[in-house]
Design a protein around this ligand. Structure first.
Ligand code: CA
Length: 491
């Protein structure tokens, strides 16, 4: 898996024109050439929001844009046929496909049911504030538009543990259904964070787990994906995902990659979760994202020498998917914590050019986010190409200063002209001496990101004084690499 690169192929505000799958199909070859090995596609099934749904308000997981439900046949991204064509094109281009699996909550039920319930406190979900309620809950999913095609399973109150809306009194609250318990195998925010939104799937109900297993097998047969991105895992029993992944891998007869979204800046929670799920998945390196945010918003006073200190990639490089931003952290979204533009090239250099972890490039960083007037990240395409072709060999770190930090890759025989010196700072311009070994003795290195026009000439030990501009990153490479980047990449 050396130098594999993942891309999140969507952002929140894509146009609602049903053309995304077609765009993806058309771009498959280009993405492969740019250095993308795998893509994470958005949730492909019909959401309660119909043609406007980004996909996290799950209505019918069997409707991939095929049935007239929620006011539309296609999803925001296109039809089922478009989706399957996009997957086919990606695979043909040599790109692996990860599907987004959203199994915590459902929304947009077809009918309500009368359900006995208690109300729990918003900030203590284990605390009952009102008992013996009978609420009218949106729990009955009959999928009249699909008419039983692929599965005649209908969801009802017994499949869920609670909700946040009583239709009878038109009142919100955290309602736990009678006879149900929130799973304790979840995050402890709000004392118990099993419930997130919509109607919460009850993973203690065997018929719920069976339904999700049946669906997973159907989805595998239909799409033939190579792996999964698992949504909101901290709100779902860890036993469930360990079990479900085991079933999916056994059914597929191959190792399906999985990366879970456990949204917490606390490394210890991530490590505990990995243990709880028996290492059956990787996790997004959320602590590293927050380190990037701190660094980018500290006016040059962040300790760059410690940027990886509490990251997952440092402790569990074998289980870390590193990223800079995603559809939830972008402006206007639920977990908004968007990394400021000036720091983005630094953050991407830190996830793309180093040996550890699987980096995930955000669509909104690669193409920009027109909805918010955000431009593509400067130099990102160059960094991807540098990773694909030249970021190889032993890595030596120079995280020995509170501002000016760097690392070198010594290159290897297999990749001609590979190796590089990477230097960055969150503060003012500076210089650092770094050594690249005897293979680079006397070499002239050029800045592939184009911030400097003069080369750095290395001495007989392969060492040199590398400069960097203030609040910036430079990547020093051999001349043929510099030329290849300059001629192929538009900055
Ligand atoms: Ca849950």
């Amino acid at each position: 898996m050396e130098n594999k690169t993942l891309m999140q192929y969507f952002e929140w505000y894509l146009p609602e024109n049903g053309l995304h799958w077609q765009r993806c199909e058309a771009q498959a070859k280009t993405l492969r050439e740019a250095g993308i090995d795998a893509v994470w596609l958005p949730p492909a099934y019909k959401g309660a929001g119909g043609a406007k749904s980004v996909g996290y308000d799950v209505y019918d997981t069997y409707d991939l844009g095929e049935f007239d439900q929620k006011g539309t046949v296609r999803t925001k991204y296109g039809t089922r046929e478009d989706y399957l064509n996009a997957v086919k094109a990606l695979k043909a281009a040599g790109i692996k496909v990860l599907t987004d699996i959203v199994l915590n909550q459902m929304m947009g039920a077809d009918e309500t049911e009368e359900v006995a319930a208690e109300e729990n406190a918003q900030h203590n979900r284990e605390l009952e504030v009102q008992e013996n309620l009978t609420i009218s809950a949106w729990t009955k999913f009959t999928f009249p538009g699909r008419k039983g095609k692929y599965s005649d399973f209908c969801w009802s109150a017994g499949n869920f543990s609670g909700t946040d809306w009583d239709e009878k009194t038109r009142k919100g609250g955290i309602f736990k259904f009678e006879g149900k318990e929130w799973s304790r195998q979840t995050d402890t925010e709000n004392v118990n964070y099993d419930y997130l939104m919509g109607v919460d799937l009850d993973m203690n109900a065997p018929q719920t787990v069976q339904a999700l297993e049946n669906w997973g097998k159907w989805y595998l047969d239909t799409v033939g994906m190579d792996g999964f991105r698992l949504d909101a895992v901290k709100h779902i029993s860890h036993d469930f995902y360990e079990y479900w992944l085991k079933q999916m891998r056994a059914y597929a007869g191959r190792d399906l990659f999985a990366v879970g979204e456990y949204w917490s800046p606390d490394l210890q929670r991530l490590l505990k979760y990995l243990e709880e799920v028996g290492d059956s998945m990787s996790l997004f390196d959320v602590p590293l994202h927050f380190a990037f945010l701190s660094a980018a918003t500290s006016n040059g006073n962040f300790d760059m020498g410690s940027i990886f200190r509490d990251s997952l990639v440092k402790v569990r490089p074998d289980r870390a998917v590193t990223f800079v931003d995603n559809h939830d952290t972008q402006p206007g979204q639920a977990l908004v914590s968007f990394i400021p533009a000036w720091f983005k090239p630094i953050a991407y250099a830190l996830i793309l050019l180093r040996a550890d972890g699987i980096p995930c490039v955000f669509y909104g960083d690669y193409y920009g986010i027109p909805h918010d007037g955000i431009a593509p990240v400067s130099g990102l395409r160059a960094l991807l190409k540098l990773r694909k072709d030249w970021a190889y060999g032993e890595q030596r770190d120079y995280f020995d200063d509170s501002s000016l930090v760097g690392f070198v890759r010594l290159g290897d025989e297999e990749h001609p002209n590979s190796g590089m010196a990477v230097l960055m700072t969150d503060s003012v311009a500076g210089k650092k001496r770094m050594e690249m070994g005897s293979r680079f003795a006397g070499a002239a290195l050029y800045d592939a990101l184009g911030r400097f026009s003069e080369p750095v000439i290395l001495d007989e030990d392969g060492a040199g004084e590398f400069p960097v501009q203030g609040g910036s990153v430079s990547v020093w490479v051999l001349e043929p690499v510099y030329r290849a980047i300059c001629t192929q990449i538009e900055f």
